[in-house]
Design a protein around this ligand. Structure first.
Ligand code: NAI
Length: 339
């Protein structure tokens, strides 16, 4: 019961109508990197999600232990853990694959500093997915997301199985932070301050569209500047506070479970599931930016519709102008890595 309650709150940002889980199709979800700081609590939250029928936990370290632990939770889904040499078994039949595998930041590091280590981890995992579960929906958490998503896309493309409707960068933590921080300033509940965050997932590429929310629109001047900076660099607060022990894990697990649940609801045919996510996008193709996060409607095949940005304030236009060239560089770096 507790687990169900937790799930409902994870699902609560949906603009969708009521949904009956009895009509849900059964979904096998794999987590690659399940033994890590994000992977463990993410696996816990996915075990609580009634839309997940089977959970497949893989890591080069510790996944069978996490699986044994999580499997005792009294929800219906079955859980299996897979050690380093069992990637094929872990991916067999997976319809959704969530990837939090890789190293996190330490104080003073940018997400791009993780590129050298994480790029090859993500590329190799994407190659396995392309081989074993070519029609799976892939949710990339591993940083730098601005580059790792293009790496996944290009790797699948090389294998002849890339479908832009099925590859997502998880930017939900930026959205979660934006709602929380804006609510704190406005003195209202976070449900009243949903903020669409567009662009990418690092520093200046994170563009919160505060003007599109009535409470966000009312924030100006110095307070506005500080809020934007906090949304863009909120991850640094956690890295600093953890003092060398990693980056956001618990809030990221929450955000990852929230996005996974949104995708599962879309796959199950729920109407009106709309959330920002980083996908292959036509919005700024003319500027050479082939991947972009914006509001996306999720449907039975994954990406159903990429929505336009809507009205931007002068400040937001400036943020977007600063985002695009940096994002372009990050994307090109990812694509070049696979090429
Ligand atoms: P962690 O170090 O605690 O866990 C990473 C896990 O990945 C470890 O258990 C490790 O054994 C595993 N791993 C490494 N290579 C692997 C491989 N080839 N196959 C399977 N598993 C492998 O790190 P944490 O804190 O969980 O972060 C994971 C990633 O998520 C980092 O890249 C981090 O930067 C990123 N992240 C992304 C966020 C986002 O908003 N998208 C927010 C916070 C972190």
């Amino acid at each position: 019961m507790l687990a169900r309650t937790a799930l409902r709150s994870v699902a609560s940002t949906s603009r969708a109508s009521a949904f009956s889980t009895s009509a849900a199709r059964l979904t096998r979800v794999a987590v690659l990197g399940a033994g890590g700081g994000i992977g463990q609590p993410l696996s816990l939250l996915l075990k609580s999600d009634a839309l997940v029928s089977s959970l497949s936990l893989y890591d080069i370290r510790g996944a069978p232990g996490v699986a044994a632990d999580v499997s005792h939770i009294d929800t219906a889904s079955e859980v299996n853990g897979y050690a380093a040499d069992k990637i094929d078994e872990a991916l067999e039949g997976a319809q959704v694959v969530v990837i939090p595998a890789g190293v996190p930041r330490k104080p003073g590091m940018t997400r791009d500093d993780l590129f050298n280590t994480n790029a090859s981890i993500v590329r190799d995992l994407a190659a396995s997915i392309g081989r074993v579960a070519p029609t799976a929906h892939i949710l990339v958490i591993s940083n730098p997301v601005n580059s790792t998503v293009p790496i996944v896309a290009r790797t699948l493309e090389k294998a002849g199985v890339f479908d832009p409707k099925r590859v997502f960068g998880v930017t939900t933590l930026d959205v979660v932070r934006a709602a929380r921080f804006t609510a704190g300033i406005a003195g209202v509940k976070p449900e009243q301050t949903p903020v669409t965050v567009v662009g990418g997932h690092s520093g200046a590429t994170i563009v919160p569209l505060l003007s599109q929310n009535e409470h966000g629109k009312a924030i100006s001047g110095d307070v506005y500047e500080k809020l934007v900076h906090r949304i863009q660099f909120g991850g640094d607060e956690v890295v600093k506070a953890k003092d060398g022990a990693g980056s956001a894990t618990l809030s990221m697990a929450y955000a990852g479970a929230k996005f996974t649940n949104a995708l599962l609801r879309g796959l199950n045919g729920e109407q009106g599931v709309i959330t920002p996510t980083f996908v292959r996008s036509p919005l700024f193709e003319d500027k050479g930016v082939d991947f972009f996060s914006s509001l996306v409607e999720l449907g039975p095949e994954g990406v159903q519709k990429i929505l336009p940005l809507g009205q931007l304030s002068a400040e937001e236009q400036k943020l977007l102008d600063a985002c695009l060239p940096e994002l372009k560089k990050n994307i090109e770096k990812g694509l070049a890595f696979v090429a």
